[in-house]
Design a protein around this ligand. Structure first.
Ligand code: IDC
Length: 485
């Protein structure tokens, strides 16, 4: 990989637009009639950059309990579009937008709130909508913050109650999957079942065609219990004696490893490991066949994530996007709520290794929801200019580091500790999930185990580890305190 250094640029981040506040007639006025209780409060905030934005919407039901809901609003400006929504089914017609509840969040008790959101684009300006409806009832009130102080008579006259420190709760017990459940993309983050951003940390297999003897109950026990990893990336090469030589056998091997990850409460990332040729379209038919099979087989699982192409290279972003828009529906037809990951241009470098950057994705995102874009790096080869681009992109698109090495991009060489630290500190801070290349005993610097380890069958502890393995085990073992409410 070559890199073209670019000046680091910062996104134009406008302060959040503060939108509608509480707007329940019933709550604000003295009750004078026995009308059915309807009312809602909506908060609409955005983070804006040139041409795009992320919106978060909190809906509070101030009326009778409801079991399903549809939020409606109209964009003031004709250039405003919803591009990718989450936690609701968004539809747009002209400037009018509706967002309908999903299966899991339709019930809203009186006083209950739910939060939904979307990524959007705009052309000339991005003003907040001026009114919202919930099940057709207008959430009355202003969408701009009050400009004058409310009447003093409704201000509290006593000092607020003393603050009490909430009891510190012990870290949640359970496996990563039992704690976090079904994941979904929320804004630029990966969120758990409580809608809270999390980071998954784990390891990637090497090519299954070469290192099948490294993936068994003993090695996966070590990964789950000794390394305390949350994620196993299952790297199924398509060429190089991989999938194309025996689709059924490789599909079965992937499914067996999904089951082993599931049994240990880890997330399983199914990697369709395209590499050479770099045009994913070359493998489009194989991808459709493979993903139809694995998504049907694993549809009932909460812990499966799909990576539809490893490292596109030598092709345009448009080609990758076109591939993604053909493969994602195949997965969604069977496994509608699974997170799907899309490789990026230049060996999943967000385009940087081919002289580009993430603007091409921001300006032309894949038309699908609940997806993330992948970024790969090798710490001894890829440094500040790549880190700057990740930092810049991370405010605008959801990122997942499905592969990285502590060494050079050849997969070999010495561990670059300084650069690896800089990378992992950045990913931790941004809550970007990662898988390290590789959980294998390949005779190369990126492998976690010394050659011969897999034949010996002893994986736990530090004795079998290489420098890279020891480094990664220490990083991954750091407790990950997942939010549970
Ligand atoms: C490398 C392996 C190496 C193998 C080679 C074959 O480490 O043993 O001979 O693939 O193709 C990637 C790829 C990944 C590479 C890795 C290191 O996704 O397949 O593995 N790498 O070169 N992208 C950047 C680096």
């Amino acid at each position: 990989m070559t890199s073209i250094p670019r000046p680091s640029r910062r996104p134009l981040l406008a302060a959040g637009v503060v939108g509608a506040l509480a707007v329940a007639a019933a709550a604000l006025l003295p009750s004078t009639s026995a009308m059915a209780a309807t009312g809602c409060a909506v908060t609409y905030t955005t983070n804006d950059w040139q041409g795009g934005f992320t919106a978060n919407i909190t809906i509070k039901n101030l009326g009778d309990p409801m079991s399903r809901w549809t939020l409606g609003f109209t964009f003031p400006n004709s250039g405003q579009r919803v591009t990718q929504g989450w936690s609701a089914d968004f539809k747009q017609s002209g400037s009018a937008v509706t967002a309908q509840n999903l299966d899991y969040n339709g019930t809203l008790a009186t006083g209950a709130s739910t939060t939904i959101g979307f990524n959007g684009s705009w052309t000339t300006a991005n003003p907040a909508p001026t009114s919202f409806t919930l099940n057709g009832v207008t959430c009355t009130g202003s969408t701009t913050p009050p400009t004058s102080a409310p009447p003093t008579t409704i201000r509290p006259t006593t000092a607020p109650p003393p603050t009490t420190t909430p009891p510190t709760s012990p870290p949640p017990t359970g496996t990563p999957v039992s704690i976090n459940g079904q994941l979904r993309v929320c804004g630029v983050n990966l969120c758990n079942q409580y809608g809270k951003p999390i980071q998954l940390r784990g390891m990637s297999t090497h090519g299954l065609q070469w290192f099948a003897n490294c993936y068994n109950d003993a090695s996966l026990d070590a990964l789950a219990n000794d390394w305390k990893a949350e994620l196993l990336r299952i790297s199924m090469y398509v060429q190089e004696q991989g999938y194309e030589t025996n689709p059924t056998a490789f599909t079965n091997q992937v499914n067996t490893l999904v089951d082993k990850a599931t049994a240990r409460g880890m997330y399983a990332l199914i990697d369709f490991h395209t590499l050479t040729p770099g045009d994913p379209t070359y493998n489009l038919d194989r991808a459709k066949t493979f993903f139809a099979a694995v998504s049907a087989r694993n549809a009932g699982k909460k812990n499966v994530i799909y990576e539809i192409t490893n490292e596109p290279n030598g092709v345009s972003w448009t080609t990758i996007k076109n591939y993604a828009e053909q493969v994602i529906p195949v997965i969604r037809a069977n496994h509608p709520d699974a997170v799907v990951l899309v490789g990026t241009r230049g060996w999943s470098s967000l385009g940087v290794s081919e002289g580009g950057n993430s603007d091409e994705i921001v300006n032309n995102p894949v038309r699908a929801s609940n997806i993330m874009y992948t970024f790969h790096f090798y710490a001894a080869s890829h440094k500040d200019n790549y880190r700057n681009e990740v930092q810049r992109a991370a405010t605008r698109i959801p990122l997942f580091v499905t592969e990285f090495g502590t060494v050079t991009y050849t997969g070999d060489g010495a561990v670059d500790t300084a650069s690896s630290n800089a990378w992992l500190d950045l990913l931790d801070r941004l809550k970007i999930s990662y898988a390290n290349w590789t959980y294998s005993d390949a005779n190369e610097g990126s492998a976690a185990f010394r050659p011969g380890t897999c034949a010996s069958g002893q994986y736990a502890g530090t004795a079998p580890l290489t420098t890279s393995g020891n480094y990664m085990r220490n990083r991954i073992r750091i407790p990950n305190n997942f939010p549970t409410s």
